[in-house]
Design a binder for this molecule. Sequence first.
Ligand code: A2G
Length: 442
Amino acid sequence: PERPTGQKSVLGLTTPKMEVVRVGFVGLGMRGPGAVERFTYIPGTQIVALCDYEASRAEKCQDILKKASMPKAAIYSGEKGYEELCKRTDIDLVYIAADWLHHFPVAKCALENGKNVAIEVPSAMNLQECWDLINLSEKTRKHCMILENCCYDWFEMNTLNMAQQGVFGEVIRAQGAYIHNLSPFWDHYWKNGKEDKLGWRLDYNMKHRGDVYATHGLGPVAQALDIHRGDRITTLVAMDTKSVVGKDLVEKRTGEECKEFRNGDHTTTLLRTANGKVIEIQHNVMTPQPYNRLYQLTGSKGFANKYPVEGYALDAAQLTASGVQPKVDDLNSHGFLPQAEMEALVEKYQHPILKKYGEMAKEVGGHGGMDFIMDSRLVYCLQNGLPLDMDVYDLAEWCCLAELGAISMDNGCAAVAFPDFTRGEWNVTKGYKHAYASPEDE
Ligand code: A2G
């Protein structure tokens, strides 16, 4: 859809500096309480309101505030509790960690009430929601951030920094995934009453084809490839296996035959960019296998791989050019760099954000610390009036794989044109710069 007249893009959007960031949390089930706790460690924030469908879950989070010697927050509950929360005039940021189907309605309500929003993944479930969030953010000039924590993990951050400094030459191919056997989790997703035997997440997977959880895999590699900062995804092709485990899960829970489980057990999506790069993204939450985000960059002069073994491969010339003197004469051209070279490389290219928050993050935790780094960066950018690391166009690009993949697969795995969510501005900003988006580093 065309941009409505008078509406401008939010590329590089900034909002006035906030001395204190006043936050309201919506969705306090599995993921929300951890976010509330992390914010109690971030200076210059105030937890104003807590909201969940079930009042008891919101109330329980008061204990977290008490433990941190913080004042009680206002409590909201019920199906429409978030509407009251969003109407408050003393909130700057609505932090959304509800079930997937509530991400969009809560974000829409928050933006319409003039709040900045940060939305857990996936932050939009289909193309309509992607475009609606873009239009809302452009119209209200408020931030709409996707809370993609994997962009802040150690290996991804250091590797991003290396890619930006040209260590791998030109990165031409990237890979990412969400491969996580969710069998211990299915029972714990909120159920909407006794009739609901599946819980929201299994139900969603049953009804939707395509990579419904692409952002852990795509987010970090999209940053490394400067998506909408000089390149853009133009084409998508998807292919899935049939559903075996998914179907079986439903049948065990309902005692009835599952005629159709839309989401294949393993989905692969291929993306091609305007500059001739390829990204491969996979999704599998069903089969028993080790956790894997498949993070991998293939460059003209080097290579990075995270799972199951972290490693880098560079030719000797590139190693020297990157400022790391090879300690061995004969680098094995079939393997990763030896330990000493690898450590020297990681030390030299340690990401500035890790230097700043890494130590504290390991103490506070949240997926090993990356959740805390993500929240700290968000608050830091709001306090300093800086653009956020991830904008609403990132959100749309990373979340639209679900519906586009379904369109591809329902049509014999046909190639599907990928929307330009920036509406012609994907080549305006040159290079992904969030590493340096701080007053000290600029
Ligand atoms: O499992 C992990 O924590 C996932 N995060 C998270 O996204 C969610 O799927 C959860 C199960 O509910 C990562 O893998 C980083």
